[in-house]
Write a protein that binds this ligand. Structure first.
Ligand code: HEM
Length: 237
């Protein structure tokens, strides 16, 4: 029986098995050291971004596996995997609140440390985007192979696996859009947005992206059904 004060048994860096498995020595060394920082809030800034990258790494991995499950004709596992990716996006949305503690002057003061870096270069976000687009294609093929169109799908039972998957996709889209709303407001608050309303300004770009959808056809068909179009008359034509 393992006792709490047994020594480490795993190989790796660190004094404990926790440190060796979680690689905490490396992880906690990934932030700029006190002697490097030009502003104390760099720690807050890096922790918020680095932890978002980790959640996005998970989101992209779950989306990628969900695509594989859809391609294998397994919508139910895909739905569960998609729910994990959606929760990751929800968590990084909540994390944005921490960055609202940055005063515009402090954010300005740390600019030299950031070089030309932009969140738009986030590898986690890019992978999540790519996987989301693949999921859209996989779902379209899944339905086409079965001769099901979206109106028929949404006229069926909500408990149907494909219906539930479609709803999980809508939820994912919704959460990404919520992240973008929150992120847009944060950029305005921290003052890094350029002049509001100026064409081509960062704030204009962020505002426009709020309406981006990975799965626009799902939203279109929902809208057409809500407007009472006869079932069977596709709004996608
Ligand atoms: C104080 C915090 C933040 C500010 C002031 C900020 C500001 C901005 C601004 C102004 C842009 C427009 C492009 C540019 O001018 O670079 C942008 C884009 C972007 N930022 Fe941030 N950001 C912050 C935090 C974050 C965090 C934590 C993430 C998480 C990964 C993130 C991810 C992105 C992404 C993915 C874009 C591309 C636009 C999109 O796809 O919606 N940002 N950010």
């Amino acid at each position: 029986m393992k006792r709490r004060n047994d020594g480490p048994e795993l190989v790796g860096e660190g004094d404990t098995d926790y440190a060796r498995y979680m690689r905490t020595d490396v992880l906690l060394d990934l932030q700029r050291r006190p002697e490097e920082v030009i502003h104390r809030d760099e720690l807050l800034f890096q922790v918020a971004h680095q932890s978002a990258e980790l959640w996005l790494k998970l989101a992209a991995a779950e989306l990628t596996e969900a695509v594989a499950r859809i391609n294998a004709g397994e919508p139910s596992p895909a739905e569960l995997l998609l729910a994990r990716a959606t929760l990751a996006v929800r968590l990084i949305t909540d994390q944005l609140d921490m960055l609202a503690h940055l005063r515009p002057a402090d954010f300005q003061a740390m600019q030299p440390a950031l070089g030309n870096g932009s969140g738009a270069e986030s590898p986690g976000w890019r992978r999540t985007q790519t996987a989301g687009r693949k999921l859209s294609d996989a779902f379209a093929t899944f339905l086409a192979d079965r001769g099901v169109d979206l109106v028929t799908l949404y006229s069926g039972e909500p408990s149907e696996p494909a219906y539930r998957l479609a709803e999980a996709m809508v939820e994912f889209d919704d959460r990404v859009s919520s992240w973008r709303v929150r992120h847009y407001k944060l950029a305005i608050r921290v003052g890094s947005h350029g002049v509001i309303g100026t064409a081509g300004s960062p704030s204009g770009m962020l505002a426009k992206l709020i309406d981006y959808r990975f799965f626009p056809e799902l939203w279109q068909v929902r809208a057409s059904l809500a407007m009472g179009r006869p079932v069977g008359e596709s709004c996608l034509a």
